[in-house]
Design a protein around this ligand. Structure first.
Ligand code: V47
Length: 360
């Protein structure tokens, strides 16, 4: 039987796509066919809903001991453009949202060479004290691994202590491509694939859910992407701890990988659809608008994405520093509503665990 027919039947029956079939989707499926299949799967899992939350990002520092080639954000200590927020400055940001309706604070930054576990614990405790009702999603596997190494505590203890102070979930950053040969080229100082997975598995075992990302469109091959997706799907079969998967398109401005350029919109659509079809056990796929740009997210919704992340409120600079269109990214609920209306989707406010936020 032709591959097209085999995959069509599997999707209709809700059966799992193999790695070989995933590779065929990347290489040979038409965009029209991918869109149709991705829509079938997204409707089965998420109906006509497009989720968002009201969130704010806090980026405590861009000083980082890693020198990843794709990063436009990282600075050395004392370099022009570097920042490291004090606990008081972080508290002041949290205070601004005390009487707002945000439901999540997302905290991610560089791996500061001189910050020990205490600094991170104080951050979580302080934000939780000021915003006790707000979900704290904080620290990439990279930051958590460095806490584990610098404190000499087992990873589970690090996570357990943060959880006791108010941490509720882990964002998906630092995954890049979970293939060590690719990591050696683009982020040689980062933890390896096994360590990234170990952090998430440990978190899931402690009842902390998490997200997973994939940085695509640079030096990796389709085979590398399939290895990455396979590792995530296998872990999810065991733990069920991933809420969302977020494909992150490599953006080329002001970093050391610029020469490889950026992939096309057609490739973004293809990638989103293949991820939706292959990751049958991860419920949500985010079209992360600060990275794609507000003009591209419409497309992504038709290729399997069901989540537009959040309003963010001017809190992230990772993408603007790498060339994404908005310099101080923020999205109003009205803008999100307009995207959904013109694409005939139903906008739904969610909390960090994807429960619908009820209006009073
Ligand atoms: O790991 C860095 C990526 C990630 C570039 O879990 C770049 O809800 C493109 O993980 N071009 C951090 N991407 C951000 C992240 C994230 C964002 C939003 C929501 C969630 C979530 C997680 O940003 C890094 C890296 O893969 N990144 N530089 C660049 N030039």
């Amino acid at each position: 039987m032709q591959m097209n027919k085999i995959i069509s039947q599997k999707i209709a029956a809700g059966e799992r796509i193999s790695t070989e079939e995933g590779l065929w989707l990347y290489r040979s499926a038409s965009l029209a066919q991918l869109m149709e299949w991705a829509q079938t799967v997204r409707r089965r899992i998420n109906g006509n809903k497009v989720f968002f939350n009201k969130n704010v990002h806090i980026e405590p520092t861009n000083i980082c001991s890693n020198r990843c080639l794709f990063c436009s954000y990282r600075r050395a200590q004392n370099e022009e453009g570097s920042w490291a927020l004090s606990l008081d400055e972080i508290a002041a940001i949290a205070q601004k949202y005390k009487h707002s309706d945000i439901t999540e604070v997302h905290i991610v930054g560089g791996v500061h060479p001189h910050w020990g576990f205490e600094v991170y614990k104080n951050m979580v405790a302080e934000v939780h004290k000021i915003l006790p009702q707000v979900h704290i999603k904080a620290f990439t596997a990279e930051e958590l691994w460095k806490m584990h190494e610098s404190s000499n505590l087992p990873l589970a203890d690090v996570l357990q202590q943060l959880k006791a102070l108010g941490l509720q979930s882990i964002p998906g950053g630092g995954a890049e491509v979970l293939q060590d040969a690719v990591r050696a080229k683009i982020c040689p100082e980062k933890i390896n694939s096994a360590a990234w997975l170990q952090v998430h598995q440990t978190a899931h075992n402690l009842g902390l859910s998490s997200n997973a990302t994939m940085l695509y469109g640079h030096v990796e091959s389709y085979e590398d992407r399939m290895v990455h997706l396979g590792l995530l799907r296998d872990l999810q079969d065991h733990t069920r701890g991933f809420n969302a998967f977020i494909p992150l398109k490599y953006r080329k401005l002001h970093n050391d990988l610029s020469a490889v350029g950026e992939v096309s919109t057609a490739e973004d659509c293809r990638n989103m659809a293949v991820c939706r079809l292959f990751l049958d056990n991860i419920p949500h796929l985010k079209a992360y608008w600060p990275m794609f740009g507000k003009s591209l997210v419409d497309n992504m919704l038709h290729y399997g994405a069901d989540d537009l992340d959040g309003t963010i409120d001017a809190g992230t600079q990772i993408y603007s520093m790498a060339g994404a269109e908005d310099t101080k990214p923020t999205m109003t609920v009205q803008e999100l509503q307009a995207i959904c209306r013109r694409n005939r989707f139903e906008l739904t406010e969610r909390d960090s665990l994807y429960k619908t936020v009820k209006k009073e």
